[in-house]
Ligand binder design. Structure first.
Ligand SMILES: [Zn+2]
Length: 212
């Protein structure tokens, strides 16, 4: 089974992705982590992403990503991709490659949460200034008012309601065309992300293994 997973910041998509990958035996690739790793071994990528702070051209990472995924496919693994594709163009690249390999995308999971919930969840994030650990005052609170390492907790400048709302608008604008394509192709699996983690996970597993 090959899956895509997407959702706004704070939707819990990473948590769900790890549960699904574990339960379904899929290889989970999170694009942000993948690009950070790639930058460590590839000076050209490092230059663009870290030194210039620019977006990496599609063809530059797609080749490296394909190589890694091909290894996993050869091992008989299904794939679970998070943070990719982010545009119709990237989706087309993925589909062209899948067609060549005679693979298909079974479902594109979209974890939906409201604007209010996104703002509520992200406003509650606190980061340790010493070790970088991220807490959430609602879902993952620290014991007391400091990090377990003793470090001071602070809110990222990025996490004020106005900034969160702005990021969410950009996300929605970019994602909407993709969601429409997934829906048209009959692979969209939209779930309510405002339920408890385990309830969402069970719902997804039911729907995925039921439709396999
Ligand atoms: Zn800490």
């Amino acid at each position: 089974m090959n899956l895509l997973i997407l959702g706004p910041q704070g939707s819990g998509k990473g948590t769900q992705a790890r549960i699904l990958a574990d339960k379904l035996g899929l290889f989970y690739l999170e694009m942000g982590d993948f690009l950070r790793d790639l930058a460590k071994t590839n000076p050209e990528v490092d230059e663009i992403v870290n030194k210039k702070g620019e977006l990496l051209p599609n063809d530059m990472f797609f080749f490296a990503m394909k190589k890694l995924l091909e290894e996993k496919i050869a091992e008989g693994k299904g794939l679970l991709l998070e943070g990719f594709p982010r545009s119709i163009e990237q989706y087309q690249m993925l589909k062209n490659w899948f067609n060549q390999e005679d693979l298909k995308i079974d479902k594109a999971i979209f974890i939906e949460i409201s604007k209010e919930e996104t703002i509520k969840r992200l406003s509650a994030r606190r980061t340790c200034e010493a070790c970088g650990r991220v807490y959430n005052l609602i879902t993952d609170p620290p014991k007391g008012d400091a990090c377990e390492c003793g470090g001071r907790l602070s809110q990222r400048e990025d996490d004020t309601p106005a900034r969160i709302e702005k990021r969410l608008e950009v996300y929605n604008q970019n994602t909407k065309p993709l969601i429409e394509v997934f829906e048209k192709e009959g692979i969209l699996l939209k779930v309510d992300g405002e339920r408890p983690i385990q309830v969402i996970a069970d719902d997804l597993l039911n729907q995925l293994t039921g439709t396999k």
